[in-house]
Structures are given as structure tokens and as C-alpha cells.
Write a protein that binds this ligand. Structure first.
Ligand SMILES: *Cc1c(COP(=O)(O)O)cnc(C)c1O
Length: 373
């Protein structure tokens, strides 16, 4: 029976023999009795396998779990030959941008930072490259990149394509089916979904690459804990309903924000005003639940707006059940990449849309009136 992805997210990665528990158990152990398949906790843990199986199945490859999304990225970049060219987005998740920059400073890679929404610039950057790193939609600008086109260009030039699929989730976009070689996730975000764990995953359909990733994880010790994979899989079970709810709210709020006099610009792939709206419609099966917007006025006023929120949580991270907001340029990493000074990234959670709007509208109106919140 061919299941929809929403159903697969519920059924995959479970024990299925008579008398088996419905949920795969956790194995809180650092070592094993000699003589069996498992030797030591850094080599592997049977508790990592169910979530790896689940995400491999959803993304169309084999998955390897890591201690965090950044550790997953490090494993991919750590397998790039010394001095090889990596094409990276002009604006991307700042933790990975910083990692790439430091790798470049040490001569490990030759990084070509490129506007991947510009086809001419991208085609030029890809020539002679070993790997192209893409985020689509990107964090925090929510730019959407044509993955099919990019994979064709990259493969013609002999380069691999890595897609950070954290923002789209495996339920809204399957990069491997669009031609990508590697998918990276911060399962910390939407997959975990409850802001209570850190976990990263790399998925690839190349057995050779998966073997290299397993060796890298072992050598670096960037292994998941015992409980995080269990929690991430538990989060995956409800991803479809969380995402559907949050997306409806994101669509509504992005429209209302677009009409608000205190807002300069709203970036949401579901808006017809989004520069890659048509592409997002073709490439994704939903527009996700991140909304970024720029406010009128100063960065300080935008910062105070975040601080004055009563329902929205002012803080970093995304993909949890609670709606979060923050001014991304408060981080040197995002400011350095040219993220607009008043850009606020919102990760929409599961609160009622009218409660969220009440908070947003009230704080924006206060800000615009210059009333000190
Ligand atoms: C958070 C994030 C990461 C890093 O993941 P961690 O689990 O925090 O290490 C990577 N990519 C994107 C798009 C993210 O949002």
C-alpha cells in the first residue's frame, strides 16, 4: 500500500512484530556486553535507528543522525576534499555560514558565496565546484531556489548538491526526488517540534557517502544522545497536523501584516508578492510556517517590539509549538550577511490565530505611535 507522507510519518520506524511495543524503545547505555553486534556507545545505539529509518524513508535515502544540525553540516563539509570549491548562499543559517567561513579561513575549502536566486551568477559559481550548499526556503530571508535547475547545472559541472531542508520539512519538499544528492536537517526544529531537543540528520541515496558520514560521526564523536532520537521521532508523528495548522495561521498573519502600516515588507513564500511564489507553489506542497517581516522605524524600535510581546515568545529557534519572534540582525552572523536591520523572523506555532494577531497588531500599533512599550 502506497501511503501519503502524512501517514508515513505516523507509521514509519516502529517495531512491527507480534507482541512488540508500538514505540521503539530507548537504550540509555554507553557500552554493551562483548560478543554481540553492538560494542560501544560512540559506534552506535539501536535507539538511533528508528528515527534514521523514518527520515530516510520520508526523504528517499539513508539517514544518519548527529548530535545537532550543525554537527550534521560539519559531517558533510568535513568530507569535502581539502581546498575544493564550495558554493554557498549569500544569506543562510548563520551557524553554517560561520562554519563555512572558518573552514575557508583555514584553507579547508574555497568558499564562493553566491546569490543563488541569480541564475547567471549561480552558473558561473558552480563551474569547477565540488559542492553546492543550498537552503530553500532559506533562513531567515525565505528565498526559494529552483532545486531541479540547480541540480542539473551542478551535475553537469560535476558538483554535488546539498539541500538544508529544515525550513520546508520532509513533508513539504523532497530534494532528493528533485535531483539533490544530500539532504541536511536540523531535527531540533520542526521534526522535534517541541523545543526540547537538539538533533541533526543527513540523508543521501549514495551508500558510499553514507559510509563516509558514519565514519565521520564515529571519528568526531558527534553522536546523538540516547533520548533525543526517540523524542524527535515522537515529534515526527504529529508533524503533519502541526504544520497544517501553523501554515494556515502563517498564511493569514502574513496577509494581515502586509496590510499593516507599521510593516514595510513581508516575506512568506505563500504570498503572491513573494518573488519566487510560483516556484514555491511548484516545488513545495505547502509554504511552511516561517514568516519574516521588516518594520518601519529603527532597529531599536524593532528590538523593543520583540521585547514587548506578551504571547509571542521573544527568543531564538523555530519549529516548536510556540510562536517565536526575533530580530535576526541582533546576531553579528546575520548582520554580516546583510539581513535587513529590522527583519523579524517569526516561527508560527499552534496558538489561536486571533490571539497571535491581537499581540502583533497591538505591539506594532504601539511601536508606530512611538508609545514606549
Ligand atoms: C537551526 C538550523 C540549523 C542548525 O541546527 P542545530 O540543530 O541548531 O545545530 C541548520 N539549518 C537551519 C536552516 C536551521 O534553522
Amino acid at each position: 500500500m502506497q501511503l501519503h507522507r502524512d501517514s508515513l510519518a505516523v507509521t514509519t520506524g516502529r517495531p512491527n512484530g507480534p507482541g512488540d511495543p508500538l514505540n521503539a524503545p530507548i537504550f540509555p547505555t554507553s557500552t554493551y556486553r562483548a560478543g554481540g553486534q553492538w560494542v560501544y556507545g560512540r559506534d552506535g545505539n539501536p535507539g538511533w535507528l528508528p528515527v534514521e529509518h523514518a527520515l530516510g524513508e520520508l526523504e528517499g535515502g539513508r539517514a544518519v543522525a548527529f548530535a545537532s544540525g550543525v554537527a550534521a553540516a560539519a559531517a558533510v563539509l568535513g568530507n569535502v576534499p581539502v581546498g575544493a570549491v564550495v558554493v554557498a548562499p549569500r544569506v543562510q543559517y548563520h551557524g553554517i555560514a560561520a562554519q563555512l567561513q572558518r573552514l575557508a579561513e583555514r584553507g579547508q575549502v574555497d568558499c564562493r558565496v553566491t546569490d543563488l536566486t541569480d541564475r547567471t551568477a549561480t552558473a558561473a559559481a558552480i563551474a569547477g565546484a565540488h559542492l553546492v550548499w543550498v537552503e530553500s526556503p532559506s533562513n531567515p530571508l525565505l528565498e526559494v531556489i529552483d532545486l531541479t535547475w540547480l541540480a542539473e547545472q551542478a551535475h553537469a559541472a560535476g558538483a554535488l548538491v546539498v539541500v538544508d531542508n529544515t525550513v520546508a520539512t520532509p513533508l513539504r519538499q523532497q530534494p532528493i526526488s528533485l535531483g539533490a544528492d544530500i539532504v541536511v536537517h536540523s531535527a531540533t526544529k520542526f521534526i522535534g517540534g517541541h523545543s526540547d531537543l537538539l538533533l541533526g540528520v543527513v540523508v543521501s541515496n549514495s551508500d558510499q557517502l553514507v559510509d563516509l558520514l558514519l565514519a565521520y560521526r564515529h571519528d568526531q564523536g558527534s553522536v546523538p544522545g540516547a533520548i533525543e532520537p526517540f523524542l524527535a521521532l515522537r515529534g515526527l508523528r504529529t508533524l503533519a497536523v502541526r504544520l497544517a495548522h501553523a501554515e494556515r495561521t502563517a498564511a493569514e498573519l502574513s496577509l494581515r501584516l502586509e496590510a499593516h502600516p507599521a510593516v514595510l515588507r513581508v516575506r512568506y513564500p505563500g504570498l503572491s508578492s513573494h518573488p519566487q511564489h510560483e516556484l514555491a507553489r511548484r516545488q513545495m506542497s505547502g509554504f511552511g510556517s516561517l514568516v519574516s517581516f521588516e518594520t518601519v522605524g529603527s532597529p531599536e524600535a524593532a528590538e523593543r517590539l520583540c521585547e514587548s510581546m506578551q504571547l509571542l515568545v521573544h527568543g531564538t529557534s523555530l519549529g516548536g509549538v510556540e510562536t517565536m519572534i526575533e530580530r535576526r540582525a541582533r546576531y553579528a552572523g546575520d548582520q554580516g550577511q546583510g539581513v535587513p536591520e529590522t527583519l523579524l523572523r517569526m516561527s508560527i506555532g499552534l496558538e489561536h490565530v486571533e490571539d497571535l494577531w491581537y499581540d502583533l497588531d497591538a505591539r506594532l500599533t504601539e511601536m508606530q505611535r512611538g508609545v514606549a512599550p
